[in-house]
Design a protein around this ligand. Structure first.
Ligand code: GLU
Length: 479
């Protein structure tokens, strides 16, 4: 096979949506696995919506995911420029060739006229279709239209509209019945190409071997196949990725929470967890397994294992995948990245080594680093605020705090096992064990009834801090 060249071709509309990220990822994985090239092409001919700032946001998200491109904006390459707004002359030249070959014609129909005809067809129960009004204008009529200053676009003459077939790598044989499309504009009167035309011209000039994109583009693919034929260009292979649905089984959109890559980055999800999760939206590895590093994905990824049926975006599953990565990597891998999310009062209260231990405890079940604000609460130094159920637990065990402080004050060393032993011995004397012993102690020290192993928490908090919490609890119930 010729060297694989694939592209991700987003229209810059701001931060990268999860669906776009999945498309980029599958292209990237395929290129990396095949030793090919991954090209970033910015489809910014929709002038009203495209701004450089939006492109920057998108590029930032791709870079954060680690989806580096071999050719594209900021990197250059032999097939540039890589922004469609900088390729107008190429589209013009390609449209001129179609005109010269009699496969396209100038069209002078005004937007209003087209809209009216479209409505008429819809009202008559017909699919909207260009009626061919300008197809057979003579040269004199064209000159007259130009002299009248009518807008002039270039329209592709579909001509032969027999059935077309596509052998899609993911979906198998796809058939497009005869007569599905009418003549369509390729170059607008403002000189800019429509998406289908620009995509074909660019995919051909950039030597793209595989077009991997969302299933929603299938109807465009027919138009693109017709253009390849008319221009005598070799067709790339096509792989249409399945849709991504929300939990309610409708197509994933903003409504389903936070489907932008940048939202997950801000919440402190590790990039490799997002990549891992996205890879499973439509694909699965041959050997099973769910927690995969990027190198594993590159090794195992093939388009043949992409399923045609939709993937469902499930935030609970994403959290599970992310928590698995964080647990596996622990402080050794994630501490530096996570530190910024640890509240300052905790960061400032402990030496680095202790902070790493706190991170490792929190990392037992942590999907994203922004949760550290909550998960590190038991380690907040000083007497906690105690309310609700925690307060009831303290009140129900008023007699234990002063003797508990005394017993822990006398513990020989301040390690978790020694603390656990001291608590147990004290409990035996006080006639308490299990929950009835630990709940009130935990409530007094952390302000909560739940949390990580209490002896570890006490060890990290330090003897002085723990004793002052127990004494404060003793005072609060006696007053
Ligand atoms: N600009 C198109 C999009 O963002 C690209 C589709 C394609 O990959 O051809 O959906």
């Amino acid at each position: 096979m010729a060297d694989v060249r694939v592209r991700f071709a987003p229209s810059p509309t701001g931060h990268l949506h999860l669906g776009g990220a999945r498309t980029a990822l599958f292209n990237w994985l395929f290129a990396r696995r095949e030793g090919g090239s991954f090209i970033l092409r910015i489809e910014d001919t929709d002038l009203e919506r495209s701004e450089r700032g939006l492109e920057n946001e998108l590029v930032e998200d791709l870079a954060w995911l680690g989806l580096t491109w071999d050719e594209g904006p900021g990197r250059g390459g032999p097939a540039g420029p890589y922004r469609q707004s900088e390729r107008a002359a190429l589209y013009r030249a390609a449209a001129e060739r179609l005109l010269a070959a009699g496969k396209a014609y100038p069209c002078f129909c005004a937007d209003g006229e087209l809209a009216r005809k479209r409505q008429e067809r819809l009202a008559a129960g017909l699919a909207p279709r260009y009626d061919g009004a300008c197809r057979s204008l003579g040269e004199a009529e064209r000159e007259r239209a130009r002299a009248e200053g009518r807008p002039e676009s270039i329209r592709f003459h579909v001509g032969d509209s027999r059935e077309r077939r596509l052998s899609d790598i993911i979906r198998g044989e796809v058939s497009f019945p005869a007569g599905m499309v009418g003549d369509f504009v390729v170059l607008r009167s403002n000189g800019l190409p429509v998406y289908n035309f620009a995509a074909v011209v660019d995919d051909a000039l950039m030597g793209i071997t595989h077009v991997i994109r969302g299933e929603e583009h299938l109807s465009n693919t027919l138009r693109q196949l017709l253009l390849y034929e008319a221009m005598g260009l070799p067709k790339p292979l096509f792989a249409h990725l399945p849709l991504i649905l929300g939990a309610d089984r409708s197509k994933l959109s903003k409504r389903h929470g936070a489907p932008n890559v940048s939202d997950f980055r801000e919440r402190g999800y590790p990039a490799e967890a997002i990549v891992n999760y996205l890879a499973f939206l439509g694909w699965s590895p041959p050997e099973g397994g769910e927690i995969l590093e990027i190198e594993d994905l590159i090794r195992e990824f093939t388009l043949e294992r992409v399923s045609p049926s939709p993937g469902v975006f499930d935030e609970v599953k994403l959290d599970w995948v992310a928590a698995s990565h964080i647990r596996r990597g622990g402080a050794a891998r994630y501490f530096e990245e996570a530190l910024a999310y640890v509240p300052a009062e905790i960061r400032d209260a402990y030496p680095r080594e202790r902070l790493r231990e706190i991170f490792d405890i929190a990392a037992e079940n942590l999907p994203c680093f922004s949760r550290l604000a909550e998960e590190t609460k038991p380690f907040r130094p000083g007497v906690p605020e105690i309310a609700g159920e925690a307060l009831e637990a303290v009140r129900g065990a008023g007699e234990i705090f002063a003797p508990a402080a005394e017993s822990l004050g006398g513990a020989l060393d301040w390690s978790a096992p020694a603390i656990a032993a001291a608590v147990k011995a004290f409990g035996a004397r006080a006639g308490r064990k299990g929950k009835t012993l630990y709940m009130p102690l935990r409530a007094a020290v952390t302000g909560s009834l739940h949390g990580p192993d209490l002896a570890r928490v006490m060890e990290i908090r330090g003897r002085d801090d723990v004793l002052s919490c127990l004494r404060a609890a003793a005072r609060s119930v006696s007053s």
